[in-house]
Ligand binder design. Structure first.
Ligand code: HSE
Length: 308
């Protein structure tokens, strides 16, 4: 073991980012989870959770500890043991990649203790943590939380992740007081989609990648549409259409659903305070829902805060 203690902060992210179902991810500057891992006797695993959410403390049911165990396993470290503290900065089931943030934090902290430098191993272990919660192995949130910026899972089988440095813009995130389980939000999606919907998404997704590379914020905003998941999922987010309209009327450049919801996000280059208020008010007036909201920016991925 190289070190005995490592602390990693790992950020929220927006999966799908409009048309990129299971492919696009935007890393957010905040909120972040803080995962601290201390070496313990081989085979001993303990988890403590603090901060703003109750998540499982059973090491086999907690995404961060599960990802840390998977990372050690993948490198042949059967002698690994740890005590982990997770300070949750975000609420699970809110659509901003809470489980991915914890999974990436756990996997990267374990990699740091074990002297593992290969980020692909961290990605793989974190995706296993994500799978534990959502029932499916998808890399969009974990890639964004690990690498930062805008990420594209261009080949999930080969684990190929493209990284694009996005321009700076405001991201207004409003999380209504309903929980959407990713597992359920995936289960309501159809097995087959219309060719015209697939073609629309191909066009929007291609436009999004070009807009990101050109660092063109209005073009990013105009490629946020989606025909493959949001039309089915918005029934899980009461007030979605009204909130979307309110954000656009208040000056947002574009609006979409965060991951599998219920977070709704808007992007803007000014006026975010007004947009945030309008969206929160629309949730209240159209659906009777209280909400939490914040304004952030595209951000950097998980980072090692301290090691000793
Ligand atoms: N791409 C995943 C989904 C993200 O939309 O189901 C879940 O956080």
């Amino acid at each position: 073991m190289r070190y005995s203690k490592a602390a990693v902060s790992s950020p929220a992210s927006i999966a799908n980012f409009g048309p990129g179902f299971d492919s696009f991810g935007l890393c957010l500057d905040m909120p972040r989870d803080l995962v601290t891992l201390r070496c313990a006797a081989a085979g001993t695993f303990q988890v403590k959770v603090t901060g703003r959410a109750a998540i499982p403390t059973d090491p086999l049911k907690n995404t961060a500890s599960y990802a840390a165990m998977k990372l050690a396993e993948s490198c042949g470290h059967e002698d690994f043991g740890f005590s982990m503290t997770i300070k949750k900065g975000m609420k699970p089931g809110s659509g901003i990649g809470s489980s991915a943030a914890s999974s990436v934090g756990g996997a990267l902290a374990a990699a740091t203790l074990l002297g593992v430098k290969d980020k692909k191993l961290v990605l793989e272990a974190a995706a296993k943590g994500e799978e534990l919660i959502s029932g499916a192995m998808h890399f969009d949130n974990v890639a964004a939380a690990l690498y930062g910026g805008f990420t594209v899972v261009s080949d999930a089988r080969a684990r190929t992740i493209l990284q694009i440095r996005p321009p700076r813009f405001e991201v207004v995130v409003v999380v209504p007081d309903v929980t959407v389980e990713t597992r359920r939000a995936r289960a309501i999606l159809p097995e087959k989609v219309h060719m015209r919907d697939a073609v629309s998404n191909l066009s929007w997704a291609s436009g999004m990648v070009h807009a990101m590379m050109k660092r063109d914020v209005p073009a990013i905003a105009s490629h946020l549409d989606d025909s493959l998941s949001i039309p089915y999922r918005k029934s899980l987010v009461p007030g979605y259409d009204a909130v979307r309209e309110s954000a656009l009327s208040a000056g947002a450049l574009g609006v979409s659903l965060g991951g599998s919801g219920p977070a709704v996000f808007a992007i803007a280059t000014g006026g975010s305070a007004k947009i945030r208020l309008a969206m929160a008010r629309a949730f209240k007036e159209s659906a009777g829902l209280e909400s939490e909201s914040f304004v952030t920016f595209p951000g950097e991925g998980a980072r090692i805060e301290s090691v000793s």
